[in-house]
Write a protein that binds this ligand. Structure first.
Ligand code: GRG
Length: 314
């Protein structure tokens, strides 16, 4: 029998597919947008000191998924802020992230020759300049926020505070210190969680909250929901990173695969095994989605991002 109307299940599938396509288009657009914001924010290569500026651009342009910027923009949308209001937050978290990758790859840290599919910054420019690249990217991040003309002063101070806390010893740098101290020492699941909440989670949380504080004023319930969302999704990001590190190849990842386990470091896969690590990622995804359960379409970008982060293959 021929039906005049499409079956409901097909209509529902099409709706989901349309939404997914719209989200993919948004990701592409935002990735191009943040690239151009960063391009304009970084000093040009013909400005002295030329080689430092060239290396800063090498480390932060043309690469990366831009997950932290996407989180800032999606949370800005959730909280009713326009894209341009969130530009400073998005660019500054990407600069801090790029700085951390430059320092992380250096021989005195993780010692990795490959980043984003190309030689790490210290391999191309030498250790001394790479050190300065990280320092200068970090300063530029705070400079961008302080100079921004779209964010009101109270929110600006809050954003600067969030970024400073997430970057320093009680955030990313602290997480890296725990990581260095735990090489060769098997960590418990709780200890691993503490390390990653600092090392990776703090900046992801800051990116999300900075997007919220880019808005003209804040709805405290939405800020709390975004905060709960970011804690789960930040940890999920790291669990997936460990899973990919054990399953994917170097060409796909654009960085050396299997390095953490080879370096005798605890990962979610070495501690829990692959299947339990995947279950944990699913659980964290569910928790992140639950944090948004009171909200409608205004939270859809965050929902899609949670899916993008936990289902990624690179
Ligand atoms: C020295 C003060 C000071 C700070 C540096 C090196 C360091 C402290 C922290 C390291 C933080 C770090 C490198 C965490 C790893 C996080 C991680 C999973 C990175 C990969 O992130 P993706 O997948 O990379 O988002 P792309 O390339 O897509 O941006």
């Amino acid at each position: 029998m021929q039906t005049k109307h499409k079956p409901m299940t097909n209509v529902a599938t099409e709706m989901v597919e349309n939404q997914n396509q719209a989200f993919e288009a948004w990701v592409k657009e935002m990735q191009q947008h943040i690239e151009s914001v960063l391009d304009k924010s970084l000093p040009p290569t013909d400005t002295i000191p030329k080689r430092l500026h060239e290396a800063m651009r090498y480390a932060s342009l043309d690469g990366g998924k831009r997950v932290r910027a996407l989180l800032a923009y999606a949370t800005a949308e959730f909280c009713g802020a326009s894209m341009e209001k969130a530009d400073a937050a998005a660019a500054s978290v990407e600069l801090i992230h790029a700085f951390s990758l430059v320092h992380d790859d250096m021989p005195c840290m993780d010692d990795d020759d490959l980043r984003r599919g190309k030689p790490s910054t210290h391999k191309k420019y030498g250790d001394a300049l790479a050190l300065l690249v990280g320092d200068a990217l970090q300063s530029l991040a705070f400079q961008l926020i302080s100079e921004d003309l779209h964010i009101r002063s109270p929110q600006k101070i809050k954003i600067l505070h969030l970024l400073a806390l997430a970057t320093g010893s009680r955030g990313m740098a602290g997480g890296q210190a725990i990581d260095i101290d735990s090489v060769g020492i098997p960590l418990t699941k709780d200890e691993l969680e503490t390390m990653h909440l600092h090392k990776t989670g703090a900046l992801i949380r800051a990116a999300t909250l900075m997007g919220a504080y880019s808005a003209y004023r804040q709805d405290e319930d939405k800020v709390k929901a975004a905060d709960h969302f970011s804690k789960s999704i930040g940890l999920a990001f790291q669990v997936i990173d460990d899973i990919l590190d054990s399953e994917a190849d170097t060409a796909t990842l654009g960085k050396t695969a299997g390095k953490d386990a080879d370096d005798n470091k605890s990962t979610y896969v070495t501690i829990l095994g692959l299947d339990e690590a995947k279950k944990l990622a699913d659980e964290l995804y569910t928790n992140a989605m639950a944090a948004l359960s009171f909200y409608g379409p205004e939270a859809d970008l965050l929902r899609h991002l949670a899916n993008y982060i936990t289902k990624r293959s690179f």
